[in-house]
Write a protein that binds this ligand. Structure first.
Ligand code: 26V
Length: 802
């Protein structure tokens, strides 16, 4: 790895920078400054040091005249940035000391920053980790997305039920971004398509402007910084002058109203394709702006569009930006006179598509009539793309079928590579959703197993473990995570294991303090912290975790003196506002917590906590404090998972199924250091064909039958005994995700976990081996794979080679 080019600064100089910003940028003096003012001043002082590496990277990129990566994503789930920037610049200790010298609590200032929550979950967080790694690796890249005014909704509980309120991160100034009023593009919708003098012309019905906001993303040690460019919708003109002159003031402001809605709010449903016009407009809005922007950049450097694929690699983060294919073809044909075939092959040379889910309900399809209404020209181009595909292959796969536009097929056909996000998932992509297209285009589907940035997900979120690793194997690991292997030599050393335990205990104590302050909840820090944090979905099976918790409660009550291993079951996560079953599951967890936590017989052994409003910042506190990681999805359903990697890296062994990246995690950490249970993906498919499989599984398990009866009869909802009738009946009658079939295996494996945890030194050794052996899951490794296999882009950090 290259030598550090970290700018150095003294604590006193940095304090002076902060005070200068307090005065000049915030207009405050130190005596009257609020926490907000201090946070802004600190952020601005840090931001100053990002600008030089940012300019330098831009200069090198222009000079190299090489290829740039464009990562198109509807979501970037960023979280807070102060700590991230400080750590990457090597300023973390200096920033903390400077704030202290100014009489401020650094941790409190850092915690004052709202999360940038421009994403739902895994897909959006992956995009944020990728931006970090692209900069760390010195690959010239732009992230393109939407500057939502409102990120993911905030969750709170009313009598245990989820309620949603609007998130308002932009109510405060967002200091990390630079507004670029000079960078804006018209985005057209609707209207019609006409032929005039042999030319096809799209006469759009309405137009909004996309305006750029740039956030620099600095990589490890400030060696490189790329740009995250987010688009905000603005009206072409604030008023329609014709209506205005007619005196119709309200109609005159209509274009403004449309524009403002487009980038207003993130869609909070990552499970069902809602098929809403506004969502399609959002997708086209940011994709078109991004394509126009990258073409302008290419042409301004004197590029010949026929050579576009040598200079531009566009990665589609799921199908959300799949309209990029037709949009690029449209511009090449309508504005630059390309023939159809040439336009399609040029576009395909630039495009690659990542699939993130096999769930049929999440695969995007648009009603064709809606699509024609919003994007009439693109509809015709899709017909041309489909015709070219049918002519070039023996395929009978269509993009336009049954009155729908199928975005997965479109993305696949227009991409030179399609990738899955774990080994198992990529195999399933070949065997299931895209089996026919895989046969038509052999070699197009490849795998790139997901990863996580070790800067945020170990270095910053886990100072005790970071320090122990530094003192054990040195400080080279944050951008070369395989170096963690070196810890393996120390797991036989009782002194090291003891220190590993001390680090875990410190993180657990930090979580206890945080929870107590926030929610007034007290936890037993010696209990096992058993954590499941992720979006609430039936396939992720939070319900199975809860059923196991109730079964355990029953058993402890019956035999309180059997030497139970104390556990705290921690849940965190949001349900899509319209996902009724997921919301029932949340309600049930909270109801069960109320009853079980109040039981004097079991309270020393079992506790349930469900903190409201799980987000990236909460994950940063929970993950380092976790003893046991719950990764219990129905095999074949979780494309990869990335939380699974974060837990293992922070020394929490997994209880999990052979699903997604769990398979590869287990291969790395070793079967002895992973608690495996449940049906395999193949067995799941088989079991579904057994008649009444759920009813049979319940009949075969008295333990499960009892739990279901308790829930159904209202033991946990005494004021509304029928509350969970539907939920339980649903399990007995459908149970598509095989909660009932995996229950016994899960329960039994949890009892093995109990025993393993009781032997603390041996447990800690297992935890340390998890940390030591998951270096491969760095997103640096993932991005190197994309760069090598898909983008063909070298690193521009001189000493890093390609
Ligand atoms: C789908 C939809 C459907 C239309 C409405 C809005 C919306 C928003 C997001 C999505 C995408 C869901 C797919 C997703 O997040 N997949 C997750 O991707 C992770 C990163 O690859 C992976 O680790 C998780 O296993 C996978 O569930």
């Amino acid at each position: 790895m290259s030598k550090s080019s970290v700018p150095t600064i003294s604590v006193s100089d940095f304090s002076a920078d902060i005070l200068r910003h307090l005065k000049q940028s915030l207009g405050k003096d130190a005596r009257h400054a609020s926490l907000y003012d201090w946070r802004m001043s600190l952020s601005l002082a840090l931001r100053d040091h990002v600008v030089d590496p940012w300019f330098e990277s831009t200069r090198k990129t222009y000079e190299a005249r090489g290829k740039r990566v464009y990562y198109l994503s509807m979501e970037f789930l960023i979280g807070r940035l102060i700590e991230d920037v400080a750590v990457n610049l090597g300023f973390d200790a200096i920033a903390a000391q400077a704030m202290q010298s100014l009489g401020q609590d650094y941790a409190e200032v850092v915690a004052n920053e709202p999360d940038a929550a421009l994403g739902n979950g895994g897909l959006g967080r992956l995009a944020a980790c990728f931006m970090d790694s692209l900069s760390t690796l010195g690959i010239p890249a732009y992230g393109y997305g939407i500057r939502y005014e409102h990120g993911l909704f905030e969750q709170h509980f009313e009598d245990g039920a989820q309620m949603e309120t609007a998130e308002t991160w932009l109510a405060q100034r967002h200091v990390w971004e630079f507004e670029r009023p000079e960078v804006s593009y018209p985005i057209h919708f609707g209207g019609d398509v006409v032929e005039e003098m042999g030319k096809t012309i799209w006469r759009a019905g309405e137009t909004v402007m996309a305006s750029a906001y740039d956030t620099p993303v600095v990589g490890w040690q400030g060696r490189w910084a790329n740009t995250l460019r987010l688009w905000a919708a603005t009206p072409t003109t604030a008023f329609d002058l014709e209506s205005f002159n007619r005196g119709d003031y309200m109609a005159a402001s209509a274009p403004e109203a449309l524009a403002r809605t487009i980038s207003r709010v993130l869609y909070p449903d990552d499970t069902t394709d809602i098929g809403k016009e506004l969502r399609l407009k959002q997708e086209y809005f940011f994709t078109s702006a991004s394509i126009q922007d990258l073409l302008r950049r290419f042409l301004s450097e004197g590029g010949d569009l026929r050579a576009l694929p040598d200079h531009v690699a566009i990665q589609l983060n799921d199908t959300h930006p799949a309209i990029a294919g037709p949009e690029l073809v449209r511009i090449l044909m309508d504005d630059h006179g390309f023939e159809v075939a040439q336009a399609i092959s040029t576009a395909r040379g630039c495009l690659a598509y990542t699939n993130h889910t096999l769930l049929p309900e999440a695969l995007e399809r648009w009603p064709e009539d809606l699509f024609i209404r919003v994007l009439p020209r693109h509809h015709r181009i899709i017909q041309l793309i489909e015709a070219a595909h049918l002519a070039a292959t023996t395929s009978d796969i269509r993009i336009l079928e049954h009155g729908e536009v199928k975005m997965g097929e479109l993305a696949f056909i227009m991409a030179h590579h399609v990738n899955g996000v774990s080994a198992l998932h990529s195999d399933l992509v070949k065997e299931t959703v895209f089996s026919d297209l895989h046969a038509d285009y052999p070699g197009r589907i490849i795998n790139q197993t997901n990863g996580i940035t070790p800067r945020r997900w170990l270095y910053s979120c886990n100072p005790p473990l970071r320090n122990l690793i530094n003192e054990t194997i040195g400080t080279g690991w944050p951008d070369d995570l395989q170096q963690l292997d070196g810890l393996s030599d120390h797991v036989g050393d009782a002194g090291f294991i003891e220190k590993f335990q001390v680090a875990k205990d410190a993180n657990k104590a930090r979580l206890c303090d945080w929870l107590h302050k926030r929610d007034g909840v007290s936890l037993d820090p010696h209990a096992m912290f058993d954590v499941q944090i992720k979006r609430i979905h039936e396939y992720k099976r939070q319900l199975m975790n809860l059923l196991e918790t109730v079964a355990l409660w029953n058993e402890i009550r019956e035999n309180p003196n059997a030497g139970w291993t104390p556990r705290v079951k921690i849940f965190g996560g949001k349900a899509a506002p319209g996902y009724v079953v997921a919301k029932e599951i949340i309600h049930l967890i909270n109801d069960a917590a109320t009853i079980i936590n109040a039981d004097p017989v079991t309270r020393d052994y079992l506790q349930i906590v469900y903190p409201e409003n799980y987000n990236v910042s909460m994950a940063e506190i929970l993950i380092p404090a976790t003893d046991l990681s719950e990764q219990i999805s129905t095999a074949g359903k979780e494309a990869s998972g990335t939380g699974n990697m974060k837990f293992a890296l922070n020394g929490a062994p997994t209880i999990g199924t052979l699903d997604g990246a769990n398979v590869e995690i287990r291969d790395c950490v070793g079967a002895d250091n992973f608690f495996l249970f449940g049906l395999t993906a193949a067995q799941v498919t088989e079991r579904r064909s057994v008649p009444e499989y759920a009813r049979r599984a319940v009949e075969a398990s008295p333990r499960l039958a009892r739990v279901l009866k308790q829930i159904e009869s209202g033991v946990f909802s005494p004021s509304d005994k029928a509350r969970y009738h539907g939920l339980v009946q649903g399990l007995m009658n459908h149970d598509y995700f095989l909660v009932t079939c995996d229950f016994d295996s899960y329960f039994d494996t949890q009892r093995i976990v109990d025993k393993a945890f009781a032997d603390q030194p041996s447990w800690t050794r297992m935890a340390a081996l998890n940390t030591a052996r998951v270096g491969w899951f760095s997103s640096d490794r993932t991005i190197s794979g994309y760069a090598r296999d898909i983008w063909k882009t070298p690193s521009l950090i001189a000493s890093m080679g390609s």
